[in-house]
Design a protein around this ligand. Structure first.
Ligand code: R5P
Length: 287
């Protein structure tokens, strides 16, 4: 197995290579004078299984990933796996308004064109998996993220909406504590209303969990509500820390701890998913 890192996932790719004892390839990258992207995999890949690890955090991440996948195949790899820790564009997995594309289908079909297998970590909506004609592993890191909180004396797990409740419920089961969700209703494109469940929160040590934090709007609103209702301590945990608009700093100022995984590596990445990825790309399945 040879690991090829995209520039969006270099530290995680190194950790996965360490876990597997696999070789990691160097990659030459530059821009042509007209701005076009150039990549070249420096390792001889002939006859080897190759995993290209790269997030889709931006449009250019996506292009780099596709170029590297194609380079891996053209280089004679026996099998090419696209490992996409953060699978961007997965929130547009259906048409909400006439005229829109199904963006997660576009991304999946493109990845499928250049690889033999797709692996990702907790995709926003598993509906995307159905767009793929090749094997698609969506890795759950619920066990790994829950273990971080085992000794943190958490009283209850809260999801900021009903869509995330399954995750909150599974984490709570590992921590052996109760779980709840906030009733989140969208009033219009700018207004969201949140109603807490009917449960005593005064003095409680609460773990608020979500799949991703982007602008932080969802988490900050939920945190404020929990505080108004007497929460003593609030820890926030998400798989993917996108942290658009410096939201990490704003959340950090409001809570007792902020923890995300290293799917998108950054200062709040206190949990690594390298072992989970390593296990799956080495052969195991997590469907
Ligand atoms: C919503 O369905 C997601 O699970 C997240 O709650 C949402 O994407 C977070 O976005 P933001 O941080 O911008 O509120």
């Amino acid at each position: 197995m040879i690991i090829v890192p995209s520039s969006s996932s270099e530290s995680l790719a190194q950790k996965v290579a360490d876990v597997l004892g696999a070789r990691i390839s160097g990659v030459e990258r530059k821009r042509f004078p007209d701005g076009e992207m150039y990549v070249r995999i420096l390792e001889d890949l002939q006859g080897n299984e190759v995993s290209v690890i790269g997030n889709i955090r931006s449009d250019s991440d996506f292009l780099e990933l596709l170029l590297l996948l194609n380079a891996a195949r053209e280089g004679g790899s026996s099998k090419v796996t696209a490992v996409v820790p953060y699978y961007g564009y997965s929130r547009q997995h259906r048409i909400y308004r006439p005229g829109e594309p199904v963006s997660s289908k576009v991304v999946t079909r493109a990845l499928e064109e250049f690889s033999d297998r797709i692996v990702c970590v907790e995709i926003h909506d598993p509906e995307t998996i159905g767009f793929s004609a090749i094997p698609f592993n969506n890795i759950s890191v619920i066990q790994t993220t829950s273990e971080y909180f085992l000794d943190k004396n958490i009283d209850l797990v809260m999801s900021p909406d009903d869509g995330g409740f399954d995750k909150a419920r599974k984490m709570a089961a590992i921590l052996n504590i109760p779980s709840y969700f906030i009733d989140k209703r969208r009033i219009d494109s700018k207004t969201v209303e949140m109603t807490l469940p009917d449960v005593e929160l005064t003095g409680k040590n609460i773990l608020l969990v979500d799949d991703m934090i982007s602008t932080g709007g969802t988490i900050i609103k939920a945190v404020k509500l929990l505080k108004e209702h007497g929460a003593a301590r609030i820890s926030v945990c998400a798989v993917h820390g996108i942290f658009a608009k410096e939201s990490g700093k704003r959340i950090e100022a409001e809570v007792d701890s902020l923890v995300v995984t290293d799917t998108i590596a950054g200062e709040y990445s206190l949990v690594s998913v390298a072992k989970d990825i390593g296990k799956v790309i080495a052969g195991g399945n997590d469907l």
